[in-house]
Each structure stands twice: as structure tokens, then as C-alpha cells.
Design a protein around this ligand. Structure first.
Ligand SMILES: NC(=O)c1ccc[n+]([C@@H]2O[C@H](COP(=O)([O-])OP(=O)(O)OC[C@H]3O[C@@H](n4cnc5c(N)ncnc54)[C@H](O)[C@@H]3O)[C@@H](O)[C@H]2O)c1
Length: 349
């Protein structure tokens, strides 16, 4: 691909869900994405912007070679394991890949003097939520992750903050709330395996090619009794990454920033929205509460607005569902590869 004078940005995990959307946004904003991914859950077919390098983030030498080969000036770090439930049974893998991988990446950046980083953090660092069940969560809310996954995200933030203080790295940790939706073009979208996110599960149940949907708990202290979450369109998330890269921040600064809308939707509202889009109700049953599910996780997005000049543009619930549905009706990749990846992973464990 012709790079011209575009600055190269290393995108670890750029073959995955949020990474592919961010690669597209980077490319549209005049950057040259260099995707570094081991394809353990990402898709080669989804890498359509920039260059692809196959590698494992724990391989520091491979990262250094990639930085040199492309003259990388900044890094967006998505690569890692994301399934909360799996982290409970295989915490070792999460510490190895999420934390060990970040140690390796920071070493490569330090060695080559790359001083700008945007890190994929998560609302999981807040654990049970904010100060009250229905209040929005500011960045300085108590941190108490409820899973090894959340622990690894918080540990990475601490490590990155220390690196900023010690070596002049400038970093933004974007704490995503519930990423969802798909690019409006329909050419890229969500293809997790296993899929644990509500909107694709509700769409699959509604289209009749997924498991029946279970709503876990309708006896919470929320307006309709179901959990409240902050749903953020993946294209808005992608835009937040580009803005985080461009923000005017001093050397040595570490900034954690929530990426959410500030508005919560209940699980039942989402199920209804999917039903509206499909023109028929989504079959679902009500189950018991799931251990560790906070009643409400809704961002206070004020910092993203003031620091990054970012606000959500595409994150209305009906817009999110319409974009997700367009993708789920005609995924450009994922269906066959998901089964292959699942088999390989099962064999490895
Ligand atoms: N999806 C969400 O709702 C959500 C919410 C909060 C935070 N996050 C974080 O955002 C990031 C991206 O999430 P996603 O939903 O796009 O997940 P994803 O699984 O689609 O993408 C992760 C990518 O990382 C790659 N990868 C994994 N281990 C690797 C390794 N050792 N070396 C190189 N590449 C590796 C995978 O192949 C995949 O392409 C993750 O760090 C996740 O924790 C996601």
C-alpha cells in the first residue's frame, strides 16, 4: 500500500473488532495503520487499511523490527484477551498476554523512543460501578475490578502510568463501556467467538440462528429491574482513539478517559430495540442474576469532551442496532473462521 507521507501508527490487535474500525478511522484521518496481530481472535480479511504484520505482542524483537521497518511514531494497543468468564478459569493466560504483552510492548517502545500510546482499557476497572447504583462513573471513582480480566486492565494502566513518569511516555487509557454496532458500510463488524455481547446475541436470537436469549435478573434497583449499561458505537470509539492520538498532551502525562455516552439503557430496552428493528419481538426468558454483574455501569463522559473534544455521534440505540443488524445479516468474515479458531483454542487448552 502506498503510504506517502502519512505518519505510521502501530495498531496491536488491529485485526479485531475495535481495531479494524480504528484502522479505518486512522486511514481516513491521514495516518498509516500498521496492524500487528497474531490472528488468535482477529481476521486477516478484516485488515483493509494499512499493512499487516503477523506476530505476538509478547515477542519484543518482532515489535522492535516492525517499529523500525515502518518508522512507527505512535501506538494504539488493543491486543489481548477479552472474555471475562474465561479470565476466571484461566487467569494465567490473561496475565501472560494482557500484562506480559503490555510489558513487552512498552519495552519495544522504550528501546526505539516511541513516546505516544493509546491503550484499550475498560469500564471493568470500576468493578461494581460508581458511587451509587444509578450514578454515572467519573474516572476517579473507586477501582475494584470484579474479574481477573479487569485486574489485568488496571494493572496495565498502573504500569503505563509508571512508564509515563519514568520515561516521558505520553499515554491515554480509554476506558470503554459497552462497545457495539458496526461500521455503516457493512464491510467490517463484530465477529467474536464465543460471542458474549448482548446486541449480537439478541440479533441472533431474533433471527432464529442463535441460542434463545436469557436476561439475567430483572430485580435490580433500576427503573425496569434489568441492568443498565452504556452502549457506545464502535465508530464513535474509533474516533475517540484518533482524537486521543492527536490530543495536545505534555510529555510524561498519563490520562485515563471514559468512553461512553453518559446515558444508560437497560437490557430489556436493548431487547426491545432489536425487536423493533427486526419487526418482531426477540424471544427471551428471564434468568437469575449473574454473579458480579453490577446493576448499572454508565460513564461520566465529561473528561472525553474536555480533554479530547470528543462526544458520541452515532450511539443512539436504534442507530447502533440498525448498524449491527446490517452486519449480522451479511458478515463479510467470521462465520467459518470462528469455528476453526474455536477448535484450535480448545486443542491448545
Ligand atoms: N469489546 C468491548 O466491549 C471492549 C470493552 C472494553 C475494553 N475492550 C478492550 O478492547 C480491546 C479490543 O477488543 P475487541 O473487542 O476488539 O477484541 P478482539 O478479540 O476482536 O480483538 C483483539 C485482537 O487482539 C489480537 N491478539 C490477541 N492476543 C494477541 C497477541 N498475543 N499478540 C498479538 N495479537 C493478539 C486478536 O487476534 C484480535 O485481533 C481489548 O484489549 C479489550 O480488552 C473491549
Amino acid at each position: 500500500m502506498d503510504r506517502g507521507t502519512k505518519p505510521a501508527v502501530l495498531v496491536t490487535g488491529g485485526a479485531g473488532y475495535i481495531g479494524t474500525h480504528t484502522a479505518k478511522a486512522l486511514s481516513e484521518q491521514g495516518f498509516f495503520p500498521v496492524i500487528f496481530d497474531d490472528l488468535s481472535s482477529g481476521f486477516r480479511e478484516a485488515v483493509r487499511w494499512g499493512e499487516f504484520v503477523h506476530g505476538d505482542i509478547r515477542d519484543t524483537r518482532a515489535l522492535v523490527e516492525t517499529i523500525d521497518a515502518y518508522g512507527v511514531k505512535a501506538v494504539i494497543h488493543f491486543a489481548g484477551l477479552i472474555e471475562v468468564g474465561r479470565s476466571v478459569v484461566r487467569p494465567d493466560l490473561f496475565w501472560d498476554i494482557n500484562v506480559g504483552g503490555t510489558i513487552s510492548l512498552l519495552a519495544a517502545m522504550r528501546e526505539r523512543g516511541v513516546h505516544r500510546l493509546v491503550f484499550s482499557s475498560s469500564a471493568a476497572v470500576y468493578g461494581q460501578g460508581g458511587r451509587g447504583p444509578l450514578e454515572t462513573i467519573p474516572e476517579d471513582a473507586p477501582k475494584a475490578p470484579a474479574s481477573p480480566y479487569g485486574d489485568t486492565k488496571l494493572a496495565c494502566e498502573w504500569m503505563i502510568a509508571a512508564e509515563c513518569r519514568a520515561h516521558g511516555l505520553t499515554a491515554v487509557a480509554l476506558r470503554y463501556f459497552n462497545a457495539c454496532g458496526a461500521d455503516a458500510s457493512g464491510e467490517i463488524g463484530e465477529a467474536h467467538d464465543p460471542e458474549t455481547h448482548l446486541i449480537p446475541l439478541a440479533i441472533a436470537a431474533g433471527l432464529g440462528h442463535g441460542q434463545p436469549l436469557t436476561v439475567f435478573g430483572t430485580d435490580y434497583e433500576t427503573p425496569d429491574g434489568a441492568c443498565l449499561r452504556d452502549y457506545i458505537h464502535v465508530s464513535d470509539l474509533a474516533d475517540a482513539h484518533v482524537k486521543a492520538l492527536q490530543a495536545d498532551l505534555a510529555a510524561g502525562v498519563f490520562e485515563p478517559v471514559n468512553v461512553g455516552t453518559g446515558r444508560g439503557h437497560s437490557v430489556l430496552e436493548v431487547v426491545e430495540a432489536v425487536g423493533r428493528a427486526l419487526g418482531r419481538p426477540v424471544p427471551h426468558s428471564v434468568g437469575a442474576r449473574r454473579a458480579g454483574d453490577p446493576p448499572s455501569l454508565v460513564a461520566d463522559p465529561a473528561r472525553a469532551r474536555s480533554l479530547l473534544a470528543w462526544t458520541a455521534q452515532r450511539s443512539g440505540l436504534d442507530q447502533i442496532v440498525a448498524d449491527a443488524l446490517r452486519w449480522e445479516r451479511q458478515p463479510a468474515y467470521g462465520t467459518g473462521a470462528r469455528a476453526v479458531a474455536r477448535g484450535a483454542r480448545a486443542a491448545a487448552e
